[in-house]
Design a protein around this ligand. Structure first.
Ligand code: HAM
Length: 424
């Protein structure tokens, strides 16, 4: 075979797209119930957008971006995530000016990260994300988390764990950063080269380094909650109490740091606790990003959001043994016998389809038996048989496949009678 799907990507074949459509439909219904409107941004953006917003020192920007120079010599990047593009669009389209604040948006689309492929980790994956921009009300933090939880619940998942942390505001983050630098500096030689370069720029990232996770200095590192100032601690308490109101249980993990730079205050992840789920247990990640719109020249517009990949949602459904609705079967299959019957059959097929009836016929020149087999395979509810006699009489034989009854019906009445006899 000459060509293969690129590493880290996958073809989603028709038997799977049906599952995707069901999940996408849940996403649309839940987002609608929460009044989040869909936004579609381009697949690629200026590289600088991600460098500035996601952060120069993050793995995503340093190692994982699909960056290319276009023919106009501009550096472009396939979007690795959706928050930066949405905030760009929010500022560019002056959404901060519309009366309906906060602006609540969701998106579903492919993201690209050059990562090592493993179960649940791909180089192209589809994120469903939601962003609420323009409000610093802690209730909206709880709303955003509830939105994500609702999607999982509607998909039938129960083995879920919500992990929560507060990263505090700029002041607390600065105090914590200084404490981390002081803690790690004397021992930095024991750490990997990535951590060495993270030390000054972004020491928080040392805490979730995959290479150095066993180093005891990680466990004894200054803990974020001890650096929260009064306002940040109070904010976090309110978020938690709103979650309590919604009966959403959570565990607070002081070591939860997110891999992207724009977060402050609330940070959260939703994990699968299902035994069948692979090594990567995070289904969804999100948090607050006050100040991000200002960073790219917009006004102050505090935001919060999350993203989850549909791939991992489907894996979790699989791990929990959740079934999908049956794919709708074919309603009508038209069997024609002989050349003279084909054209009336073809015309009838068109009429049925115009009335929205799922219908099909044979295009492989099969004999009667072969056509009946196709109808069976497609689980057709009704089979319409047109032979030379039927053509001569201007009728068709309509067979109900569930009870085997059949009736001769005049051509002019076919669509109406078939429509009214379908189960639907
Ligand atoms: P993130 O934690 O980088 O956050 O990704 C969010 C989710 O995207 C992950 O929890 C996972 O479900 C999925 N994901 C990430 N990388 C991969 C991959 N290589 N393969 C499959 N799934 C993956 C963000 O992207 C933020 N923009 C989330 C956010 C929105 N924060 C605020 N608003």
């Amino acid at each position: 075979m000459l060509f293969k799907v690129p590493r880290g990507t996958q073809d989603i074949l028709p038997s799977e797209t049906w599952k995707w459509q069901q999940v996408e439909s849940i996403i649309k219904h839940v987002s609608d119930a929460f009044r989040y409107k869909e936004i579609r941004t381009p697949i690629f953006e200026q590289t600088e957008l991600f460098q500035r917003l996601v952060g120069e020192t993050t793995d995503v920007v340093q190692k994982e971006m699909y960056t290319f120079t276009d023919k106009g010599n501009r550096s472009m990047t396939l979007r690795p995530e959706g928050t930066a593009p949405v905030v760009r669009s929010f500022v560019e389209n002056k959404m901060f000016g519309i009366p309906d604040q906060p602006v609540k948006l969701f998106y579903v689309g492919p993201m690209f990260r050059y990562e090592r492929q493993q179960a649940g980790r791909y180089r192209q994956f589809v994120q469903f994300g939601a962003e609420a921009i323009g409000s610093a009300d802690p209730a909206i933090d709880a709303e955003v988390i509830a939105l994500a939880m609702n999607v999982y619940q509607r998909a039938g998942l129960t083995d879920l764990k919500l992990v929560l942390n507060s990263l505090g505001d700029t002041e607390c983050r600065k105090a914590h950063k200084d404490a981390l630098i002081a803690h790690f500096t004397p021992h930095i030689d024991e750490f990997c080269s990535d951590c060495k370069s993270r030390l000054d720029m972004n020491p928080l990232r040392i805490l979730d380094c995959k290479v150095d996770s066993g180093n005891p200095l990680i466990a004894t590192a200054p803990s974020l909650p001890n650096y929260l100032n009064e306002d940040s601690a109070a904010y976090f308490e309110q978020v938690k109490s709103y979650l309590d109101d919604l009966n959403i249980s959570y565990v607070v993990d002081a070591n939860l740091v997110r891999g992207l730079d724009y977060y402050n205050h609330t940070a959260f992840e939703i994990m699968s606790t299902s035994k069948g789920f692979g090594a990567i247990t995070t289904l969804c990640g999100g948090g607050r990003y006050n100040g991000l719109a200002e960073d790219i020249g917009g006004p102050s517009a505090p935001g919060i959001g999350f993203a989850m990949s549909i791939e991992r949602l489907l894996l979790a459904m699989n791990a929990e043994g959740k079934s999908f609705d049956e794919e709708p079967n074919l309603e009508v299959y038209i069997v024609t016998l002989g050349d003279d019957a084909k054209r009336p059959g073809f015309k009838l097929l068109n009429e049925l389809r115009k009335s929205g009836i799922r219908s099909d016929m044979d295009y492989m020149d099969r004999k009667m038996k072969g056509q009946m087999k196709s109808a069976d395979r497609l689980n057709a509810e009704i089979v319409v048989v047109i032979g030379e006699d039927e053509v001569a009489e201007d009728v068709a034989m309509v067979r109900n496949m569930s009870d085997g009854t059949q009736e001769k019906i005049a051509t002019s009445e076919l669509v109406g009678k078939i429509t009214s006899s379908l189960k639907r």
